[in-house]
Design a protein around this ligand. Sequence first.
Ligand code: C2E
Ligand code: CA
Ligand code: CA
Ligand code: CA
Length: 285
Amino acid sequence: NRAAQALHTVKKADGSVVSFYHNEMTQAFPDKMIMETHLRRAIELNELSLHYQPQVDLQNGEISSIEALLRWNNRKFGAVPPSEFITMAEENGLIHPIGAWVIDQACQQLQTWSLQGINNIRIAVNISPKQFAQTDFDQVIMNALKKYHVDASLLEIEITESAMSNMNTTLIMLKKLKKIGVKISVDDFGTGYSSLNYLRLFPIDILKIDQSFVREIQSEHKDAAITKTIIHLAHSLGLEVVAEGVEEMAQVLFLRKEHCQKGQGYFFSKPLPSAEMERKLLDIV
Ligand code: C2E
Ligand code: CA
Ligand code: CA
Ligand code: CA
């Protein structure tokens, strides 16, 4: 029986079983569309949250900035990885309201911490290239800063090299952001279509060395060489430098020896829910 052979069953996370015939299998899996419907309502249903991961000074162990990482906990799909739902949001335009929500939330957090005496700690938010390309992106930033009476220098935006592909519009936007006073950092530095030219032209404050270089600095000669070179490049340009994905003491020792200022990664802390991060910060102030 050929039809029976073509039948394929999939057991879903909630325990239910879905059957497909061969021709149906070649169509897009319907879960993607269902997931989109859920993502559309994620803000109003309070399913989004920010987790916080410290960037630690490698000389004295102090925390001066914290990266905000978006989490989506959906009642049907559970915790969906950001790599998955952010890509989806970029495709369907939801990245605009979601991205604005992230900025709003980060500024509210800065206000809350400031009222608790936690000052001078910066929050870094990830900005998608689509969001950065909005002509009124600077307004989104300005509105949130104003709404929560937050000092612009406490907000940092992380953009990737792919967000900077158009020289003219990038320069215009970065100048506007610089004027507002937010800090600008280049995320995943070295993995994109890097051009040393933009380091010369754009008002950048921080380089974040991608974790793919940091991962094997002890064993891979090339990764060590690239990491050192990025650190030295940042220094000669007067930029701050942060190594991502630091998981082991040996990496800390290497980075310290090369005078890398900051490290971020599981060695210091996993991304934590806001309340846990707050406890950590209140311990040190
Ligand atoms: P990213 O900006 O490069 O963030 C770093 C990722 O590495 C985070 O994954 C973080 O949890 C993870 N990580 C931190 N320390 C370590 C470590 O020691 N080892 C390893 N193996 N991983 C570590 P996460 O939270 O899953 O986020 C993935 C990506 O999703 C982010 O990469 C960023 O590109 C994007 N993303 C997260 N939040 C937002 C957001 O609010 N807006 C936008 N547009 N993108 C976001
Ligand atoms: Ca980032
Ligand atoms: Ca990164
Ligand atoms: Ca990344």
